[in-house]
Design a protein around this ligand. Structure first.
Ligand SMILES: [Zn+2]
Length: 376
């Protein structure tokens, strides 16, 4: 039995659902699931109810997270068609700006060039004034993160290039998309990108078996596109889960009448590390690949400081089966249920305190901190 020690992981793309959808998840349950998955920092997306589009909505969310979070959390602001760029005064207190330009859960989709232009120009003006966040400039602003699929990828690459704004393209799934991002990086564009475990380990061939439990945005991709993610592994800066819980009932499982439009999205924060370590076991990844994309990459892209005296201990030699019943996410399921994996998180130490051990959460509420608040 071999125990390895890794830094606490960063999951740079999660939906903790609070406020508005606490029956799916909240800052308490979502950060408990994080610790069980070896994650000690999460970056939370803005498509809550209400969305995180104004300073008031942003600070409401900060207070909720400060009261409940068991690990550290960064909060995104989001571009909306109703509040427009009202978030600009709190830009430096957010981990970044999220813009949805493709189909998603919620109502934040932006489809007009005039709006996109406004959002990129406004963020660039803040960036010109404050700089972009890095170890050398901890009070700058973060990148623009986009959910962009298909033709919206080159649109966002062009806007980022024209305004010299750091652009992070979340959950890439298609060969054409990663090839374009690769080309943009070679040409010196300020672009970074991420891939989710479900888009690395599931394809359209799993979709029929999984039904609504395998439905997310972007959808699972055909095997050739998934192969392209692995071929271009060196292009990816970040592994992030897009942890997006919905209940079994909302997914139409165990209810007499199937809902007409089951929401897209699947939980993932508890299964990322075992899935990646299983790929290490199979020789498809290295431990360094994981640390680079779950720690160093997110630190670099979002300017996240290292957590002192923080590490996780993971048993990597004994296989076990992922089970819905073992999940701490409020919705209690994973699309990987039944799969045999390697890599069980045994212990999590956050700032010198044991916060998770032997399957049990030991952290008290408010153990976690909200990132980037000292700038205000
Ligand atoms: Zn997402």
């Amino acid at each position: 039995m071999a125990l390895i020690r890794l830094p606490g992981l960063i999951d740079a793309h999660v939906h903790l659902r609070e406020p508005g959808y606490e029956h799916k998840e909240d800052f308490g349950s979502g950060t408990a699931a994080a610790l069980a998955g070896g994650v000690t920092v999460m970056l939370d997306m803005p498509n809550t109810q209400p969305p995180t589009g104004t300073p008031e909505q942003f600070f409401t969310k900060v207070q909720l997270a400060q009261a409940k979070a068991l690990c550290d959390v960064g909060i995104f602001v989001g571009a909306t068609t109703t509040a427009l760029d009202a978030y600009l005064p709190v830009a430096a207190a957010a981990c970044g700006l999220k813009i949805y330009v493709s189909d998603t859960f919620g109502s934040l989709r932006i489809e007009e060039l005039s709006l996109l232009h406004r959002f990129f120009r406004g963020w660039a003006e803040r960036g010109d004034a404050l700089g972009y966040r890095s170890a050398a400039n901890p009070t700058g602003i973060g990148p623009i993160a986009v959910h962009a699929e298909e033709l919206m990828v080159p649109v966002c690459l062009a806007l980022s290039h024209l305004y010299a704004v750091p652009l992070h393209i979340v959950h890439v799934t298609r060969r054409s998309e990663i090839e374009l991002i690769c080309r943009a990086k070679e040409r010196g564009y300020p672009v970074t990108c991420e891939v989710t475990p479900h888009h690395l380990f599931l394809t359209t061939e799993d979709a029929a078996r999984l039904g609504t439990l395998g439905d997310m945005r972007p959808r699972l991709a055909p095997p050739d596109d998934v192969a392209a993610m692995w071929e271009h592994m060196a292009v990816f800066d970040i592994f992030a889960t897009d942890h997006a819980p919905h209940t079994f009932a909302e997914k139409g499982i165990g209810v007499p009448v199937a809902p007409p439009n089951p929401p897209p999205g699947v939980p993932g924060v508890e299964t990322m590390l075992p899935l990646l370590l299983t790929a290490v076991h199979e020789g498809r990844l290295t431990i360094d690949d994981i640390v680079e994309r779950c720690v160093a990459g997110p630190q670099r892209v979002y300017g996240i400081p290292a957590q002192p005296d923080t590490w996780i201990e993971v048993e990597v030699d004994t296989p076990y089966t992922l089970r819905n019943e073992a999940m701490l996410t409020r919705v209690g399921w994973t699309p990987f249920a039944g799969q045999e994996v390697f890599g069980r998180v045994e212990r999590v130490i956050l700032r010198g305190r044991e916060v998770f051990a032997d399957g049990k959460i030991l952290a008290a509420p408010a153990t976690g901190r909200v990132l980037f608040q000292e700038t205000n």
